[in-house]
Design a binder for this molecule. Sequence first.
Ligand SMILES: Cc1ncc(C[n+]2csc(CCOP(=O)(O)OP(=O)(O)O)c2C)c(N)n1
Length: 344
Amino acid sequence: MDKSQKKRSELKLLYDMLAIRRFEEKAQQQYQMQKIGGFLHLYIGQEAVAVGSVAGCRPEDYLITAYRDHGHALARGMGMNECMAEIFGKATGCSKGLGGSMHYFDKKNNMMGGHAIVGGHIPLAAGLGFASKYRGEDRVTLCYMGDGAINIGSFHEALNMAGLWKLPVIFVCENNQFAMGTAAGRSNPLKEIVDRGAGYAMPSLVMDGMDVRAVRDTIGDVCAKIRKSPEPYWIECRTYRYRGHSMSDPATYRTKEELEKHKKDDPITNFSTTLLKEGVLTEEEYKKMDAEVKALAAESVAFAESSPEPPLEDLHKYTLPPLNPDYQPVATTPEIAKQNPFNC
Ligand SMILES: Cc1ncc(C[n+]2csc(CCOP(=O)(O)OP(=O)(O)O)c2C)c(N)n1
């Protein structure tokens, strides 16, 4: 990568984090104005995790996450318009307005959702990894979850199978230190979440989730290793959420001092300061970038407001697939059968 490409890629990291922050601030405002119903879980504080890891993998790698999904979706290239419209429950939303904030989905960007049931998506990640390995692709699946998801039955089942069958999945625990109001230390027998990987024979590491470059480089290294030799990894990514669990949570389970301490670690402020110091960014460029993403966020609200509601007759249209008489299961070729990639 030459100097100007490097500069562009570093500025993109900052731009993407800022875009997520401004999008969510706008969404928060719209929720408070009662234009958004249902739940809204903000990712503010955790932006470096989604942005850094998307930068460290390839566009064809699968991403799957829980309900705090705005950051992963935007980092993956989904547009603010379709994302805001989804929260507004409009037909132009990425899930046709039927999923809401917790169910972003975008096949073309390999963003496999947005899942509301805690831990419910972890077996799906194992399935995505199984599919890639079965088809002989070198795709990696990145599966994000909160620290509250690691005590759910499906977590253990999925990680066990992934470990047994050496599936190409990176399980990223975004340890933002709370599951709703429960501090991680109150629900885990092991002191360190990273130690969980040993139970499934997975190489395990800790990543600083407030440092976008560290996340990008760690995920990049792990992806390269998995592409050479498929096996799952367990990563504890240490981060912090600045807002409550959802919009209705005043977050009285932590002190103001604790919050302020973590805000000093802000991934956007820290990275922009570093880029300014390194001469990669100027104050003017930063202001311009911020104005641009703020304008896009404002436009996304106008887009959502002017979009139509989904038609009432579509309410159950996607809950069960229609029986397709032309459906053909993926054929097992003799070559794949001979390789027996799962040793079973
Ligand atoms: C199976 C299940 N149990 C309970 C809930 C209610 N619930 C929603 S979010 C949440 C906490 C999850 O926390 P964590 O996994 O740490 O994610 P974070 O909110 O920190 O991103 C709970 C218990 C749920 N959605 N699904």
